[in-house]
Design a protein. Structure first.
Length: 397
């Protein structure tokens, strides 16, 4: 496990398995067609894993392109020495346009009007143009070919890519498959119409994790892998049915603060929701919903691992702590470790397990893990243009 000797495990923390991350990179690369490369999604702090640490390791593995949600996320990677293309997938307010130029970031053109706003900034900016082929979120509509063409004419926009996003590639129904194919056809129709107008398209990308797994033939120049990179899919069922071997990268652990005895009939926790039906021993575990653990796992819905046993969470999860019934488990004491996500002995709890119990998806469970969870230390490197890849140096003075 990386980080085991690089940071002091105190109250609650995250551990990352570098070997698992490398395995996932190699596994996903094996699916890529020729001339396609990974563009990992490291937004939302790399789905809770720690964006800088994960991106540094990906750089070491030869990854040269990343995508994030916000310009602040991109700037944070640059300030810590991350090399390669960094695409901002979401909206950037004009007040933050200087960050795009300063850090050599690439901005998504979310529609033709926004392209005009970017152009009026007055400095030449790298952009990727997003095409809305049916998700109806960001992107210029596929039918508006004249407006899309206008984007390519703007003097201050250096169009280096064009992409779309599949919204049903995770579904196996005939209707979903047909819709995905219609999205791909619409995207390629836009490419062809631009070519006829004299705009040969630069690098193209369509697929994210599910697209790569289910429609590898649509992987063009980049594959924007997200949840799969971190070793799972969004649900336990999808992960179990996945036709490639992925390994979870992240574990979450917390310290037992103390062990308490409850007498039969005594209650514990907010609202006195847990009442001991017999003399009971509970452990107070130092992690809660303020750290991103869903409160909906309260009152026996969720479990943790202690000494290799899967044990129920009792009472309501608090902001900073939770109670676990450890009756009958020998030798549990203050300072011992509880595993919230990960393996202990022969038992495992995955982010997909938590998601299923909480009625959500693993992506949300991971990306909401709190900042106060200790993570492996990063190697701080101040960004300077000379330590960026040459092609990513700012293109305006």
């Amino acid at each position: 496990m990386i980080g085991e000797n690089s940071f002091w495990k105190g109250r609650a923390w995250i551990e990352l398995d570098k070997t698992a991350l490398r395995h996932n990179v190699e596994t996903l690369r094996a699916l890529l067609p020729k001339d396609c490369e990974l563009m990992p999604a490291v937004k939302a702090n790399a789905y809770g894993h720690g964006a800088v640490y994960v991106s540094q390791e990906l750089n070491r593995l030869g990854v040269k392109a990343f995508c994030v949600a916000t310009v602040q996320e991109g700037a944070g990677l640059r300030k810590n020495g991350i090399l390669g293309d960094i695409l901002i997938l979401g909206y950037t307010h004009p007040k933050d346009f200087p960050l795009l130029d300063r850090h050599g970031l690439t901005q998504t053109v979310i529609d033709s009007s926004y392209a005009g706003t970017l152009n009026r900034y007055g400095k030449r900016l790298r952009v990727h143009v997003k095409i809305d082929t049916g998700m109806h979120r960001l992107g210029e509509r596929k039918e508006r070919i004249e407006e899309i063409s206008r984007i390519f004419r703007y003097q201050n926009l250096k169009v280096e890519g064009i992409f779309t996003h599949l919204c049903a590639s995770d579904q196996a129904s005939p209707e979903s498959k047909e819709f995905t194919r219609s999205q791909a056809k619409a995207f390629y129709d836009v490419i062809e119409q631009l070519r006829r107008r004299g705009f040969p398209c630069p690098r193209k990308h369509i697929v994210s994790s599910y697209g790569l797994l289910n429609y590898p033939e649509l992987a063009e120049n980049y594959a924007r892998v997200g949840i799969a990179l971190y070793g799972m899919l969004s649900t336990r069922g999808e992960t179990e049915l996945c036709n490639v071997s992925l390994k979870p990268v992240l574990s979450v652990k917390a310290r037992i603060a103390l062990v308490k005895d409850l007498l039969q009939g005594e209650a514990a926790g907010y609202g006195l929701q847990f009442v001991a039906s017999q003399d009971t021993k509970i452990a107070v575990v130092t992690i809660g919903y303020g750290d991103g653990i869903p409160r909906s796992l309260s009152c026996g819905t969720g479990n943790v691992l202690i000494h290799g046993y899967k044990l129920p969470i009792v009472g309501h999860i608090c902001m900073d702590q939770m109670l676990v019934d450890i009756s009958g488990i020998p030798d549990v004491k203050a300072g011992d470790i509880a595993v919230i996500i990960g393996r202990a002995g022969t038992e495992t709890i995955t982010a997909c397990d938590l998601a299923e119990q909480a009625g959500t998806i693993a992506n949300e469970i991971l990306s909401r893990l709190g900042e106060r969870l200790e993570r492996p230390k990063i190697l701080l490197k101040e960004y300077t243009p000379k330590n960026m890849l040459k092609k990513n140096a700012p293109i305006s003075k």
